[in-house]
Ligand binder design. Structure first.
Ligand code: GLC
Length: 452
């Protein structure tokens, strides 16, 4: 590596360092924000009630699930056998076009309802049979019941107009009726983190946290009744799963690259942790750094700039290629980069992804220690998302923070890849909810009338 790249990269290394001391500070700040939120004071963490506790494994039945959380929509049929086993019996997947993500709310919900209509038809489901649907809607929602909740604000590049401030179950139910789908009722509204926790804890009672590390990042955990969640949720149950919306945590030290990225996003000032961690943003951080290096004349050549100038031209999948020894530049349309350039890009990816994983490790530690300060018990953390599953070295970087913070007791934390929280997990939540206790009374009344 030549003389000019070397000092640049070591400065970058410093800028993106996240030391063991930083991790300790973050744990304290994170728990302080958890406490503030539960006490009803201003906080960057939302701790949103889900109106359900963890499943027992005995939940059973057949459910539809609709999963909207990023650039793909999935419609699924799920069967739960009541003995901790679950299977997906049918699934359709379709891309959500950008025009739908950023158009009108009505068009977005019509798109979802159309997805259900096509699914019912393609899989020849009996249109006379009543079906319960679990709606995985992975955005910050203030729920008032397991099947009702108001979107607080969009994240992950969605901006569909007229949805924030509205009950998304009502908007979706209206769209189903517009499509003449009368037999489907939305009985549960589920965040993907909650679905992930449910999917794992259905068969493993030691699971007490659900984490998403994909396009966005977030986590949930079961809060015990009796802790000081004054007035935040009904106290009549043993525990309630709370959605932390940790992507919005804002007590991390953001560097100049983070500030520059935040300025070009659709939601500046918000989702600050998500912008340092998740798949949707870390590729952008790398792209902006590589572009800056090219601007300074220490990487690539002038003619390569247009590729790097295009927003989203580097993704976290591209970054993970470098960890497998592949060429990031070839993957983004620059086939003639020198070995020196490739090595520099691989190092930039390592610096950015390592910080991402270490921040997640610290946030995760904060939540585990909140539940069990001296780590007396075993904790299984259900984790879904490509960063955790497909980025070589990412889980190890998360673990290194747990070991720094908890020493040998870190062994009590298992990080478990868990897929299909948004499908199977959501169906489990619908089954938990079908006891009827957690339902929005208005929605259940409507339902009862219809079923007569
Ligand atoms: C974003 C959403 C959150 C979701 C996460 C992972 O942070 O706000 O609700 O859980 O992405 O999909």
């Amino acid at each position: 590596m030549n003389q000019t790249i070397r000092p640049y990269l070591s400065r970058l290394e410093d800028l993106f360092s996240f030391s063991p001391v930083d991790a300790q500070t973050v744990v304290a700040r994170f728990q302080e924000d958890m406490r503030r939120s539960l006490d009803g004071r201003a906080s960057s963490l939302q701790m949103l009630p889900s109106y359900v506790g963890r499943p027992t494994g005995a939940e059973q039945g057949c459910f539809l699930a609709l999963d909207l959380g990023g650039t793909n929509l999935r419609v699924l049929a799920v069967r739960l056998d009541g003995r901790g086993k679950a299977e997906i019996t049918a699934v359709n997947r379709l891309a959500v076009p950008e025009s739908v993500m950023r158009g009108s709310g009505e068009a977005l919900f019509d798109f979802l309802a159309e997805g259900v209509a096509v699914f019912l038809e393609e899989h020849r489901l009996d249109r006379k049979q009543h079906r319960d649907l679990a709606f995985t809607f992975s955005f910050p929602v203030a729920q008032s019941a397991v099947n009702a909740g108001v979107l607080l604000n969009w994240t992950k590049g969605f901006t569909a107009a007229g949805v924030a401030g509205q009950n998304v179950v009502a908007l979706f139910s209206d769209a189903l009726r517009r499509k003449r789908i009368e037999e489907v009722s939305v009985t549960a509204l589920v965040n993907d983190t909650v679905g992930t926790l449910a999917a794992k804890s259905y068969a493993d009672p030691s699971c007490d946290m659900g984490v998403i590390l994909g396009t966005g990042t977030n986590a949930c955990y079961p809060e015990k009744n009796g802790r000081s969640a004054q007035g935040r949720f009904p106290q009549s149950r043993q525990e309630m799963i709370l959605n932390l919306e940790w992507g919005n945590f804002d007590k991390l030290d953001a560097n100049a690259c983070d500030q520059a990225l935040d300025r070009i996003t659709l939601n500046p000032g918000r989702q600050r942790m998500e912008k340092m961690v998740s798949g949707m943003y870390i590729g952008e951080l790398v792209r902006m750094i590589l572009l800056d290096m090219t601007d300074r004349g220490i990487l690539l050549e002038e003619r390569h700039k247009p590729v790097l100038a295009g927003e989203q031209s580097v993704s976290s999948e591209h970054m993970s290629l470098t960890a497998r020894g592949k060429d990031l530049f070839a993957a983004i349309g620059i086939p003639d980069a020198s070995d020196r350039d490739r090595d520099a890009a691989a190092r930039v990816c390592r610096i950015v992804s390592r910080r991402s994983a270490r921040i997640v490790g610290a946030a995760l530690a904060a939540v585990v220690a909140w539940m069990d300060a001296s780590l007396e018990q075993k904790h299984t953390i259900a984790i879904d998302g490509a960063l955790f599953e497909k980025y070589p070295g990412y889980p190890e970087n998360m673990r290194s923070v747990l070991e720094e913070l908890f020493a040998r007791r870190a062994d009590r934390i298992s990080l478990c890849p868990t897929s299909d929280g948004s499908g199977i997990g959501a169906a489990i939540i619908a089954a938990v909810a079908s006891s009827g206790r957690e339902q929005d009374p208005a929605a259940s009344r409507k339902q009862t009338r219809k079923n007569r």
